[in-house]
Design a protein around this ligand. Structure first.
Ligand SMILES: [Cu+2]
Length: 75
């Protein structure tokens, strides 16, 4: 499934890249596309392997704040 999370605390494009990097390290994350300009991240993940809580915690461990957002339509 694919979901969007709002992120606060990013201050440049490399923050977004490091969030992608940390997220893609998690088992069950297929892709992470973080946008600094839009202060959000789009994550495609396997619900059987990773929970939204784990995603939010991972972002927090990287030093940013994340909140749950809306599900995205899958194509
Ligand atoms: Cu930065």
């Amino acid at each position: 499934m694919k979901k969007e999370f709002k992120i606060t605390g990013m201050h440049c494009g490399s923050c977004a890249l490091s969030i992608d990097f940390d997220l893609e390290d998690l088992d069950g994350i297929k892709s992470a596309k973080t946008s600094y300009a839009q202060a959000k991240t789009e994550i495609e993940f396997d619900q059987g392997k990773v929970t939204e809580e784990m995603i939010v915690q991972t972002i927090q461990k990287s030093g940013y704040k994340a909140e749950f957002s809306k599900p995205l339509n899958e194509r």
